[in-house]
Every structure is written in structure tokens, then in C-alpha cells.
Write a protein that binds this ligand. Structure first.
Ligand SMILES: *Cc1c(COP(=O)(O)O)cnc(C)c1O
Length: 452
């Protein structure tokens, strides 16, 4: 069965996987979604005996149906290698009544590495498959973390160059050092006068400049983007949920067919959407627990059916979740609206023009009862880091702690005792100051790599 990719805003914009990866965002501003979620037609027991890379092949080959076995295996093996500090790639750690799925064993010790380590290879392969002769030039605007993960992913990948733009005075000293010390013949980092939005606007202008595109083409280059709406980032994230379930089963932590819950610290809605896709593939997942920090726009959406971005932006100690426009949510809204591009387009027009869009609480509870949304305040997040540490000695980072805190609220609300996997999205060493403060040992000489 061939899986194609269609824009959430235009039913006539249909692409192959490799074309969708090359393109990133659809021309009409929509996001590419698989026309069908393929079923995982291999027994979980069998997956439980496989390596991470083998599971990755089983999952991705069902989505990226225009890649050959050799192409896909080459991408997977180039991505998930000794760059990761453990052969398991994404280990599960049992602590404090849940399983923490550690997604931070890659180069930048945070979960963006899971997708950004394979995206460059998927892109280069896609370019070859579509007879693109040009080198791919990735343009990225960053407020800190994504820039480093993208640089690390694309460094010295043949056929690519990457240019990262960051606000000169808008990133932490450590973030800046991480970016400007990036090795690789093909990596470029530019500090701009202005803020993140200015960087983003400048990058968008370059993407839309047809004169520039022509000039580049003549010189043998073309632009592409590595942002989190690319399906080449989304699909690799499905893998670790499949692999986590298979390993729990293999280790007899659960019985065949037993349902689990998944709790995810959420910003742009990519990670949790990947868990939803894993569920659609057939992984026995019951609830998807969507955890927000005090930028609780998603919690409000799941409790009212209204997505309202008109609110004050809060700076928190989980900065990668400080987001008011959760771009991947469009893929879920498309699904809630019966995969209807006209309805999705209208919903997003309202969001852009009026600042909010009402999907309706009723519709939400009928179409996606799988999701549970809640949020954790800064104090609740800190208290959770402390409690997990004092109970077990296990240290979690500020983002993961938001999910752990929300999971506690979920249990209190529902009395549900199912085995639960919490996505652990960053190493605690990345947010040392906040983590140490939470544990009760403030060290002013430390800083969070992502402090703003
Ligand atoms: C990006 C990020 C998140 C949010 O993930 P989304 O896929 O955007 O929802 C959570 N935690 C960390 C550490 C991140 O870097």
C-alpha cells in the first residue's frame, strides 16, 4: 500500500513522502498528513526482540513507502549510531510509579535529536529520488535550542549546508557558545540585530524570494527548512513509542494487548501527535496525556474546544514549551474536522484573523476522547522534580517534570492505574540551575543552557 501525503488545507495537493519531506510546509500554508495511517502488521513480541534501528525500519517503511529498503536503512543507520550515548537509543527507566522514556541521549541531550539526526539523511535521499541536482541549503531561525540540534544534525552531511540565524542578544551565553563552536564544513551561524520574530521573518522572506531562488538555482543550491512541521521529523518520532511498548512487553512489564498511557510535555504538539499516530498504527495506547506549562493554551483547548492564542506569553523554566501557537495541532484539528481541508482552512483563517478558533467541546470529546489535557504551574513543576528525586534518586529535567506533574493530576482525576510512559525530553544537566533549585540546592554559578 502506498502512503501519500496531502495538505491539511488543499485536497488536490498530494505528494509522495520524499516530495513532502523536501517541501516541508505546503504552498497553501497547510501541513502534510498521511492519507492513511498504516497498520503495524508485525506482532509486538517480534518488535520486542529487535534493536531500535530495526524497529525504526519497520515503522518508517510503512510511512515512507517511496523509499527503498536500502535507502531507508542507510538513513536509519547513519542517524542512530554512536552519536547516541547508549545502544538502546531511547532507554526506559522505571521511577516513581511510571516509566520514563529517555529521549535525550543524542548530541544535544534533548529530544529534538531523535528527529533531527535522521532528517538530513531523509532530505538528501529525497533530493536524489526526485532528481534534485542542487545542494540543499537549510535555513533555520532559532530562539536557542533547535538551532544547535539542527546544526549538529546537518554537520558534514554531504549535499547539504545549514545556516542558522539567532537573535544576537536573545539567547543564553551557553546557547550561543554551543552554536558558534559547531564543527562542520557546511555549517554557518549568524547573530542578527533583533529578536526571534525578526530572525523568523527574515528567513521567511528568503524562502519566498523568487529572484533569490533563481540566483541560487543557477549556482546549484536550493533552500529547504528543518522545522518541526516537516513529516520527516514527525514520523521518526512514532518509532520510540512503538519501541517503548514492545520493550515493556518483552520485559514482561505488561501483558500482550494491555493498554498503556503516554504523558508528553508538549509545546508544538509534534511529540504527542507522534504518540497518537503510534496508537492509530495499532499500539495499545489508551490515553494521551498532553502536559502544558503555564502557557496553557492546549489545556484550555482540550477543556473548552476553543483554541485562543490571545493571551500573555509566560516565560517559564521549561522554555521549549513556551509556545502559544502549537503548529502541529493543525494535523489533529484536520482529523477532528473529518479530514476536511475546507473546514481546516476556515478554522485556521479564524485563528489568524481573530486570534481564536472554536472547534467545539462536543466534537472534541466525540472525535478525540484519547486526549487528556492539563498543565503544571512553576511551583508544581519544581515540587515534582523534588518529589521524584527524594523518592527514588532519579533526577528529571524541568520539561519532563511538567509531564510528571500532570500525570499525577491525571491519576487523581481519573483513578486510572494503567502503566504509563512519560516522555523525558531533556537531560536534567541541560537545565542545571532550575533542577538544582528545585532539589533545594541553589548554585547561582550554574545556568540553564536554555535560560532566556
Ligand atoms: C521541543 C521540546 C518539547 C516540546 O515538544 P513538541 O513536539 O514541540 O510538543 C518538550 N521538551 C523539550 C526539552 C523540547 O526541546
Amino acid at each position: 500500500m502506498e502512503v501519500k501525503y496531502v495538505s491539511t488545507r488543499n485536497k488536490d495537493d498530494v505528494k509522495t513522502a520524499s516530495q513532502a519531506i523536501l517541501q516541508g510546509l505546503a504552498k497553501d500554508g497547510g501541513l502534510y498528513v498521511p492519507t492513511e495511517i498504516p497498520k503495524l502488521d508485525i506482532p509486538m513480541e517480534k518488535l520486542g526482540e529487535m534493536t531500535y534501528q530495526e524497529v525504526a525500519y519497520e515503522v518508517m517503511s510503512r510511512f515512507f513507502t517511496d523509499f527503498t529498503e536500502e535507502e531507508l536503512k542507510c538513513c536509519i543507520n547513519s542517524a542512530y549510531d554512536s552519536k547516541f550515548d547508549t545502544e538502546e537509543i531511547a532507554p526506559l527507566v522505571k521511577a516513581h510509579g511510571a516509566y520514563y522514556l529517555e529521549l535525550f541521549h543524542g548530541k544535544t541531550i534533548a529530544f529534538k535529536d531523535m528527529a533531527l539526526s535522521i532528517l538530513p539523511y531523509l532530505m538528501v535521499t529525497s533530493a536524489k529520488k526526485n532528481q534534485v541536482k542542487n545542494d540543499i541549503v537549510i535555513l533555520t531561525a532559532t530562539s536557542g535550542d533547535t538551532g544547535k540540534a539542527a546544526l549538529a544534525g546537518f554537520a558534514d552531511v554531504p549535499g547539504t549546508k545549514i545556516i542558522v540565524f539567532y537573535p544576537k542578544d536573545g539567547v543564553s551565553p551557553i546557547q550561543k557558545q554551543q552554536m558558534v563552536t559547531q564543527t562542520g564544513e557546511n555549517t554557518f551561524v549568524v547573530g542578527i540585530d533583533g529578536n526571534f520574530d525578526d530572525a523568523q521573518t527574515g528567513v521567511k522572506k528568503m524562502f519566498n524570494d523568487s529572484e533569490l531562488a533563481k540566483e541560487l538555482d543557477e549556482a546549484g543550491y536550493q533552500f529547504s527548512s528543518a522545522n518541526s512541521i516537516n513529516i520527516g521529523r514527525l514520523i521518526p518520532q512514532v518509532v520510540y513509542y512503538v519501541s517503548a511498548y514492545a520493550r515493556l512487553l518483552h520485559n514482561e512489564a505488561i501483558q500482550p494487548g494491555e493498554e498503556i498511557n503516554v504523558a508528553v510535555p508538549t509545546g508544538n504538539f509534534g511529540n504527542i501527535l507522534a504518540a497518537y499516530y503510534a496508537k492509530q498504527m495499532g499500539v495499545p495506547i489508551d490515553r494521551l496525556i498532553c502536559a502544558s506549562n503555564s502557557n496553557r493554551v492546549l489545556y484550555d483547548f482540550f477543556s473548552t474546544g476553543n483554541y485562543d492564542r490571545q493571551r500573555e506569553f509566560q516565560l517559564t523554566m521549561s522554555p521549549s514549551m513556551d509556545i502559544l501557537i502549537s503548529s502541529n495541532l493543525e494535523r489533529l484539528i484536520y482529523r477532528i474536522l473529518d479530514n476536511d481541508p475546507a473546514k481546516t482552512k476556515a478554522a485556521y483563517q479564524a485563528l489568524n484573523e481573530e486570534g481564536s478558533t472554536d472547534i467545539g467541546k462536543e466534537l472534541l470529546s466525540v472525535k478525540v476522547p484519547d486526549f487528556y489535557g492539563n498543565f503544571a504551574s512553576e511551583d508544581e513543576t519544581k515540587a515534582t522534580i523534588k518529589a521524584v528525586y527524594e523518592d527514588t534518586g532519579y533526577v528529571i529535567d524541568t520539561h519532563t517534570a511538567v509531564a510528571a506533574a500532570v500525570y499525577e493530576k491525571y491519576k487523581a482525576d481519573t483513578k486510572d492505574t494503567k502503566t504509563t510512559v512519560i516522555a523525558s525530553t531533556a537531560s536534567p544537566y541541560k537545565f542545571t540551575r532550575s533542577v538544582m533549585q528545585a532539589i533545594g540546592q541553589d548554585h547561582p554559578e550554574l545556568s540553564d543552557t536554555s535560560a532566556r
